[in-house]
Design a protein around this ligand. Structure first.
Ligand code: SF4
Length: 453
């Protein structure tokens, strides 16, 4: 069965967008490796951003991401440097050195938002090229950033279409019930079959959980304006402080509802400011899963092992969607981002509370079903409105879905696989202006046009 590794669904990276920031940065890093091995004449580097990357790339920091990747910034590993600091240095130098070659590169001039590009292979397409001193293109590589930081083209592995059977939740549930496993055991067994020891698996999961928990913590303590033209104030820290002191309307909902919403806002604000988060399944939706797990960990004093297993359960859910539909807002709208994040978190919550595999499926299905049709209409092309609050709502929906599933036997009328198929269909039918173009919905109503910050 062709199910992506949990570590390709959950990846540490930089915000604000896995498809528009992380993926393009990884593509640039890949092109840099290609440059290094080609023995090319020295020339000028050019980057062309097309489709949704051209329309919303400035707000999603795509231009900074590609320039940083070309300069050697690794978004999955880098802890200290930020996109902005790397770019400042690149802009100052006006060139990039890759291996033994130096290329002219001025980000302001050489990264082009190509709004006229047509017939592109994917809504998130980008091309890197080297132009010699006579103006001739001597090398060009085209990439597609297909969501969740996954990239196709260049040196990335080709899609496994046709190789192996597509995963289905139905088949996985049957396997689990037959072998007395839960979704986490199932994922663990697959990793072990691929040669990863349990110790290595949990070591890597621990690292991811640390990044998630840090993002919650940083978000709850940070203040000031988010970057970009909307001039939005960060609010997680103030709301959290007030909630702790019992100020405002804290009495209306229990802490079990309020805290995950605030944790999700904290991570989403970190993401919006270009901070370090874990794709779950994307950066734009990175607040949902940690928020749910953090609340459950605190509320039920769960051991870390339980949380790490819950991450595996969540990754199984995300992997099924990646293989059968999409997690890119530019392909299927926000149902594929926050909707899938909510489904992942719902299954993870059921695992945390010792629910059964059918209950985990029911929870994931309920969460996804009630996000069907959700558009992606980021105001100003920034991952802020509606994205930040949408993470909070997605987290609470996940808990609601888990709660309903745990109250029942796990029997449900619509299967998770059917919900995924419906999501794909709805995404295909959705007007393009609602798919991360900032041309429809809330984005179209906003008077604030996207401008470079
Ligand atoms: S609206 Fe949803 S899909 Fe679109 S950028 Fe925001 S979080 Fe991502």
């Amino acid at each position: 069965m062709r199910l992506p590794s949990p570590f390709s669904i959950l990846k540490a990276g930089i915000g604000p967008s896995s498809s528009h920031t992380l993926g393009p940065c990884l593509a640039a890093l890949d092109f840099r490796r290609i440059l290094d091995g080609r023995g090319l004449p020295e020339g000028r580097l050019r980057v062309r951003l097309m489709g949704s990357l051209a329309l919303t790339g400035r707000g999603h920091l795509t231009d900074l991401a590609v320039a940083a990747g070309l300069a050697g910034f690794d978004p999955e590993k880098e802890q200290r440097e930020t996109l902005r600091s790397v770019n400042k240095e690149t802009a100052r130098l006006g060139r990039i050195t890759a291996g033994s070659r130096t290329f002219l590169f001025e980000p302001e001039k050489d990264v082009v938002f190509d709004l006229a590009a047509r017939d592109i292979p994917h809504p998130n397409t980008l091309a890197f090229s080297v132009v010699d001193s006579a103006g001739a293109t001597v090398l060009e590589e085209m990439y597609r950033s297909v969501g969740g930081g996954h990239v196709l083209g260049g040196g990335f592995p080709a899609p496994a279409d046709g190789l192996g059977e597509k995963p289905s939740m139905g088949a996985i549930v049957d396997l689990c019930l037959g072998d007395g496993m839960d979704l986490a055991d199932f994922a663990l067994k697959r990793l072990s079959d691929e040669g990863l020891s349990e110790e290595e698996t949990f070591g890597r999961l621990h690292g991811l959980w640390e990044v998630m928990a840090d993002a919650v913590d940083r978000g709850l303590n940070a203040e000031g304006l988010l970057p970009g033209t909307l001039m939005l104030e960060r609010r997680a820290s103030e709301l959290y402080r007030d909630c702790q002191r019992g100020i405002r309307h804290y009495g209306l909902f229990s802490r079990d509802v309020t805290l995950p919403a605030l944790y999700a806002i904290a991570v989403a604000e970190e993401n919006a400011s270009g901070g370090r988060v874990v794709t779950a399944p994307t950066c734009g939706s990175a607040g949902v899963l940690p928020a749910v797990l953090m609340m459950l960990k605190e509320r039920f004093r769960l051991p870390e092992r339980k949380i790490l297993e819950a991450l595996l359960s969540a990754a199984v859910v995300g992997g099924i969607v990646v293989e059968n539909a999409s997690i890119a807002g530019a392909e299927v709208g926000c149902q594929g981002e926050v909707g899938v994040a909510s489904a992942m978190a719902a299954a993870a919550a059921v695992h945390c509370l010792d629910g059964s595999v059918p209950q985990a499926e029911a929870a994931a299905e309920t969460a996804l079903e009630h996000h069907l049709g959700l558009t992606c209409d980021p105001v100003g092309g920034l991952v802020q409105i509606p994205c930040i609050e949408r993470n909070a709502v997605g987290a609470v929906t996940a808990l609601n879905a888990a709660n309903l599933a745990l109250l029942g036997s796990g029997r449900h009328a619509i299967s998770f696989d059917a919900a995924v198929t419906a999501m794909k269909q709805v995404g295909a039918d959705m007007n393009c202006k609602y798919k991360e173009t900032a041309q429809g919905g809330l984005a179209a109503l906003s008077q604030r046009a996207e401008k470079p910050d």
